[in-house]
Design a binder for this molecule. Structure first.
Ligand code: HEM
Length: 458
């Protein structure tokens, strides 16, 4: 008997499929698609204005006039620019009943009042137009599906036509997702034009917080020293200030990753049901938690790098040398402070543990890693270990503050130090989470999430 792994592995037979696929257009995308189709066993026929010129076309493909090519296949990929679609009107009889796959993209969003696919459909009403393959690049088709997005988003009004395109996508090793009727074509055409849509909010939050804390700390630390003592310590902007701003923003953003799930639980408790939609802003916030966390991790990483250079800084070496010389001159020895040793070691240790878990959270959020975890494992790491990470980082900051919380001199110009402000959101999240895990509250949330509804809600 064959070993199980062999018996269960589907094998590519390399047999020629009987189906012929036609491609109008011999540009980059058309050629890459043709090559890929040939490799998957399809007959490929190119429709060209100049059928005698077959330079660069993949070996094994045929090239004919548009009309001849259209007659050979049921599915025709339109790999020409929208501006040239009008020539298709002269081919209307040959295109009657065919499936036309519109793969085009635009240069900017809303470039035309009507989507390219709808425009194509209006030019050739006798054909079934399917929008698709515009989210896959020519390069991805050439270099193998694993190297770039493998997802083909499809939309169209004819289910059979869509199914024919889905079958082709699957045989090329791509996944297909149905996006509905041809009216969705505009949305599908806009997808390749979007620039990191899920990163936008996290990057705005990070930029806003960095700008706020930079100016806040600049006033408190640098301008205050100049205004009250006439001391110029502006050199601190480069490392000391940056090494405050980055960890402060990182800690707040880490807490912002866990705040929406707390708010969601509170809303579910309040409404007594899980069947009520969350507000849009909460939905959007939840969707970009991974990106929030990765930006926060990058800032924590910067904090660690900045911390590493502390011992080699000129200013720090000068302070150590000056302190030693002062003790020699005064013939005194500063006694070893056991409490201080405990405090510094503890906050370094918590910082390192927090950072270690932070990195683990970042790694497990990558698709290649998260794909090999089951839902329970993923939730355990992202939710349980995530809260432990937040706890460690918060404790690291509390220990860093130590007794400075009670010192009047910490509140320059009556403002609290930056790290105190950074503790507000993490503390709100941790305390709320603590309340939410009290058994009677936790049981109610769990029941609601399993579908139970409070009687008066039903
Ligand atoms: C402050 C070390 C990880 C958040 C500090 C300081 C040091 C330090 C030496 C004092 C900096 C100064 O004197 O200006 C470390 C080490 C870490 C680590 C060695 C791990 C290898 C983290 C992580 C976070 C974090 C993961 C969470 C995001 C903070 C905050 C402050 C701080 C908020 C206070 C900044 C200020 O206002 O001065 N850390 N840290 N640290 N750290 Fe960390």
């Amino acid at each position: 008997m064959l070993p199980e792994s062999v018996a269960m592995t589907p094998l590519a037979t390399g047999e020629r499929k009987q189906c012929t696929v036609c491609i109008f257009g011999t540009g980059d995308f058309g050629r890459s698609l043709g090559l890929r189709l040939l490799q998957a066993g399809y007959e490929v026929v190119f429709g060209s204005r100049d059928p005698k010129n077959r330079a660069l076309l993949p070996k094994g493909s045929k090239v004919m006039t548009h009309t001849e090519a259209a007659r050979t296949a049921q599915v025709i990929f339109i790999a020409v620019e929208r501006d040239h679609y009008e020539f298709l009107t002269s081919l209307t009889p040959a295109l009657e009943g065919k499936v036309l796959v519109d793969i085009s993209n635009n240069l900017k969003r809303g470039q035309f009042p009507q989507s390219n696919a709808e425009y194509l459909s209006s030019l050739v009403p006798g054909a079934s137009v399917v929008k698709g393959f515009n989210t896959v690049s020519a390069w991805a088709l050439q270099s193998g599906a694993l190297d770039a997005s493998r997802q083909v988003l499809l939309c169209g009004d004819d289910p059979q036509a869509k199914q024919a395109v889905v079958n082709i996508a699957h045989s090329l090793g791509l996944t297909a997702q149905d996006r509905g009727s041809l009216r969705a074509a505009g949305e599908v055409e806009d997808i390749p034009l979007q620039l990191f849509p899920l990163w936008r909010l996290p990057l705005w939050i990070a930029t806003g917080l960095i700008a706020f804390f930079f100016f806040y700390l600049l006033i408190r630390d640098v301008i205050y020293a100049y205004a009250t003592d006439g001391k110029d310590i502006s050199f601190r902007i480069m490392i000391s200030l940056a090494n405050k701003v980055f960890p402060i923003v990182s800690l707040i953003m880490l807490a912002l990753c866990y705040l929406p799930s707390v708010l969601a639980a509170i809303l579910q408790l309040y409404h007594g049901t899980k069947y009520r939609r969350f507000p849009d802003w909460l939905d959007r916030w939840m969707l970009c938690r991974k990106q929030l966390g990765l930006v926060a991790l990058a800032l924590a990483f910067l904090h660690v790098l900045y911390t590493l250079v502390i011992p080699i800084r000129y200013y720090v070496r000068y302070r150590i040398a000056a302190g030693t010389i002062a003790q020699i001159k005064e013939n005194t020895t500063k006694p070893f402070d056991n409490t201080m040793a405990w405090r510094t070691d503890s906050y370094y240790a918590l910082g390192m543990l927090g950072f270690g878990l932070y990195v683990l959270l970042g790694i497990t959020s990558l698709p290649s890693v998260s794909n090999v975890l089951n839902w329970r494992e993923f939730r355990f790491i992202q939710s349980k270990l995530g809260h432990v990470t937040l706890l460690f980082c918060t404790a690291h900051t509390f220990l860093y503050g130590w007794n400075k919380f009670l010192r009047a001199s910490s509140y320059k110009w009556w403002t609290p130090p930056g790290y105190m402000l950074s503790l507000v959101v993490p503390c709100v999240v941790l305390v709320s989470r603590l309340i939410l895990i009290v058994p009677c509250v936790d049981n109610t949330v769990t029941r609601i999430r399993q579908g139970w509804e409070r009687p008066e809600v039903k």
